[in-house]
Design a binder for this molecule. Structure first.
Ligand code: CUK
Ligand code: CUA
Length: 766
């Protein structure tokens, strides 16, 4: 340990004297040499220059992408395509402690289906909360297709706060889609099923199986879905697919696609033609148009009944109240995308080579005139195609989804079968450009593309296959997100990003400066409920308390110790550990893991995280911090001692490994005095510069000052023991005093380096 001390100190001194700032040895090779050696073209170089982000640089946009089968959300930057975070949503994720601490287990518990834990999700469509049709940067909602659920992520800390389960559906794909003021989140069913959880034979498919679209009430203030104010439209057993909410003139309405309006039920094993044959017979399927605004008024007026404990509008009522209409749409449609001004809708049929542009004005006229071509088998009025269509454009084979540019009338459609993006003009109905991608594009996504004011600039192609794009890693290939520059007339492919997680379905991108994520929590915070935790513990108030047979440990973590360090319980006890991170410093997270338990806590500054378990076997269980948080991180440890029932202590104190003398104490004090000189010189440097102009340096200085305060407390203890001649305790406390000095110096040096590298200037000494 003494050797270690010296090394750390000399390193610090070196840094102070500027020895650590070595001149960067740039490669002597010229750009031409590198291009030649790596076989790069001018075009490659241009693409690289458009995406390359130097160290410390930030991205202009942040993307929130569905993590597909991982049940997570992936956050990355544009144009760098650097991955910043995987957010645990429907699936436990140990790094974040998600699904391991008591607090987040409560969130996952909300997502139980018929009492069963579901520990994964098939995430498809993320949506930002909106204000007047623009992303407000507050919340993100995403669906789970496999189990019809939605999750709410707070963008203040990028954590999942809520999961809701659809009270009617057995799967859901057409969510999440936000209405323009986040009034509601749309979630449409996919595979028709009975609304009850009962067995219903397929022979009753037409009568008892149902589709639907749920409008989940969203409270933008609280950032939570309110199930008790949400309502569902009962829809025919057509397989509802994607949705989109109207805006501008179409505000108050929602649009939902469907496929398999043939209502075909397969049965390949009994010789019946498969689903795929029966579901693609008709030339058209149905676009469902629902009036959520009027429906909400009916709910508020008490005119809608509850089924399964939730408001449900039966088809007959929706027809009678003029809330529900159908319009034919191209064969096996997939995406429905409302234009930013809300005047047009673009629908693509996977089995048609055209995109169909609908005019909301025409649709409204037909509705007002009650001009219908007939009714579907459930009595829903059908508006004739000619009374709704603006134009059809041949864009390529297998069009899926459409994104709107910032330029008026310009859109981009993903072409699945032909593996390309078609840029076209929906006002004029003509193709403008086409770009091949690799391979089989699904969704595509433009910057702020779902808002009323898209930014254009970049497009991401979310591909279904990667095939030969990357180094082979076995039969399961990474996914491929391709970045495309759409700022010019011609689209330019810039970058391939492999994502080794789940299938990319949809993604949304927001201007990075709209997000204002926190650096720390308010002290003692339950981050999942966003309330002060009842287990919040302040420095010096750590305690153990048994309430109703549960041993509660109110602990704290701060560099570099866990309080308490020894926990003693008896075999069979239920133990509930609660740790509050006392740090205020940015990025000073502590973890917590314990032998023989499936737990990792991620305790960010200010957070209180808990872990409750039964200590069912006597034994010794070491625990430790799982984040390399400081030079003394490895020493951030402790023991849980589970004593056998009825164990009687034989007495005796904790054994001392090493005995210390006055000489040891004096030596430690000498080190501390030298370290203080280092600290003073760093402080001198910082205070003689305009450090207050650098917010991150101000934060570091605050942290350093706090650590130095702790050093002072330890110094006092050391000196008191020395005065009493107790050199054992005096030396140990002097060591602790030095630990706090090291942390202070660490912060101080980081601040000094930042000032040096960012052009801080000398100021007049006061
Ligand atoms: S989806 Cu269209 S390609 Cu929106 Cu679930 Cu995957
Ligand atoms: Cu805290 Cu390592």
């Amino acid at each position: 340990m003494k050797v270690n001390n010296k090394r750390t100190l000399s390193l610090m001194l070196g840094l102070v004297m500027g020895l650590g700032a070595t001149a960067s040895a740039y490669s002597q090779a010229s750009l031409e040499d590198v291009m030649k050696a790596r076989g790069l073209t001018q075009k490659d170089l241009l693409a690289a220059a458009k995406t390359y982000t130097p160290t410390g640089g930030r991205d202009e946009y942040l993307v929130f992408a569905s993590g597909g089968q991982s049940g997570q959300v992936i956050v990355y930057g544009i144009p760098s395509m650097r991955i910043l975070k995987y957010i645990g949503v429907f699936t436990p994720e140990p790094w974040q402690g998600y699904g391991f601490d008591d607090e987040s287990k409560e969130v996952l518990k909300q997502g139980r289906i018929q009492g069963k834990d579901i520990t994964w999700g098939d995430t498809h469509h993320p949506a930002f909360s909106e204000t007047e049709g623009d992303y407000n940067g507050k919340y993100l909602v995403i669906n789970d297709k496999a189990n019809p659920r939605l999750a709410v992520i707070d963008l203040h800390d990028f954590e999942t706060k809520q999961i809701v389960v659809n009270p009617f559906f057995k799967s859901s794909h057409g969510g999440a889609f936000m209405t323009p003021n986040s009034e509601y989140v749309m979630e449409a069913a996919q595979y028709a099923a009975p609304f009850s959880s009962d067995f219903v034979p397929l022979s009753e498919f037409n009568d008892k199986y149902r589709g639907g679209v749920t409008y989940w009430k969203f409270d933008l203030e609280k950032g939570r879905i309110q199930p008790d104010q949400s309502f569902t439209f009962e829809l025919p057993p057509y397989s509802q697919d994607l949705s989109d909410a109207g805006k501008g003139p179409s505000y108050g309405w929602g649009f939902t696609n469907s496929f398999c309006s043939e209502r075909y039920v397969g049965g390949i094993e009994t010789g019946r033609p498969p689903f795929e044959a029966g579901c693609s017979q008709k030339d058209t399927d149905f676009l469902h148009i629902t009036n959520w605004k009027k429906a909400a008024e009916l709910v508020a007026a008490g005119k809608v009944s509850k089924v399964n404990g939730s408001y449900m509008i039966p088809m007959a009522q929706a027809i009678k109240e003029e809330l529900l209409y159908l319009v034919p749409e191209p064969k096996s449609p997939h995406g429905v995308d409302v234009s930013p001004d809300g005047t047009h809708l673009i629908v693509s049929g996977k089995l048609d080579s055209h995109t169909w542009v609908y005019s909301w004005e025409k649709i409204q006229k037909a509705m007002a005139a009650k001009k219908f071509e007939g009714k579907d088998p459930y009595g829903i009025p059908i508006i004739a195609l000619k009374d709704a269509l603006h134009t059809q454009v041949a864009v390529g084979l297998g069009p899926l989804h459409t994104q709107y540019d910032s330029k008026k009338c310009v859109v981009y459609t993903s072409i699945y079968v032909d593996s390309m993006v078609t840029k076209w003009d929906y006002c004029e109905g003509k193709v403008l450009d086409q770009l091949h991608i690799h391979y089989n594009i699904g969704h595509l996504m433009a910057m702020e593309g779902d808002s009323v004011s898209p930014d254009g600039k970049y497009l991401v192609s979310l591909n279904k296959l990667a095939i030969d794009r990357f180094n082979p890693v076995g039969p399961l290939h990474p996914q491929n997100h391709q970045l495309i520059d759409i700022s010019g007339d011609k689209m330019q492919l810039l970058y391939d990003m492999p994502l080794p997680l789940g299938e990319p379905h949809y993604a949304v991108a927001i201007k990075a400066d709209k997000l204002k994520p926190a650096v720390r929590y308010k002290s003692g915070w339950n981050s999942r409920t966003d309330e002060r935790s009842p287990y919040r513990t302040r420095a010096g108030r750590e305690k153990t308390e048994t309430v109703d047979g549960v041993t509660h440990v109110y602990g704290t973590v701060i560099r570099s110790h866990i309080t308490p360090e020894i926990i003693e319980v008896e075999e069979g006890d239920t133990v509930s550990l609660h740790f509050t991170n006392l740090e205020r410093a940015e990025d000073e997270v502590h973890g917590f893991a314990i032998y023989g338990q499936s737990v990792n806590l991620s305790i960010e500054p200010g957070k209180t995280a808990s872990y409750t378990f039964k200590a069912d076997k006597a034994g010794v269980y070491p625990y430790y911090c799982t984040e390399f948080c400081s030079a003394l991180h490895l020493e951030m440890q402790g023991y849980l001692l589970v004593k056998p029932k009825g164990y009687v202590s034989k007495g005796g104190a904790v054994e001392e490994g090493q005995q210390y003398t006055k000489a040891d104490y004096d030596k430690q004090v000498k080190t501390n005095v030298e370290t203080q000189a280092v600290i003073d010189s760093v402080v001198g440097f910082i205070t003689s510069h305009n450090f207050k102009d650098f917010p991150s340096v101000v934060a570091l200085v605050e942290d350093a000052t706090e650590q130095l305060g702790f050093a002072g407390e330890a110094k006092k203890k050391a000196e008191d023991y020395a005065a009493k001649g107790d050199y054992q305790n005096a030396t140990l406390w002097a060591g602790q005093w030095w630990q706090y000095q090291v942390k202070t110096a660490d912060m101080g040096l980081r601040a000094k380096t930042h000032l040096e590298q960012n052009g801080a200037v000398k100021v007049q000494a006061k």
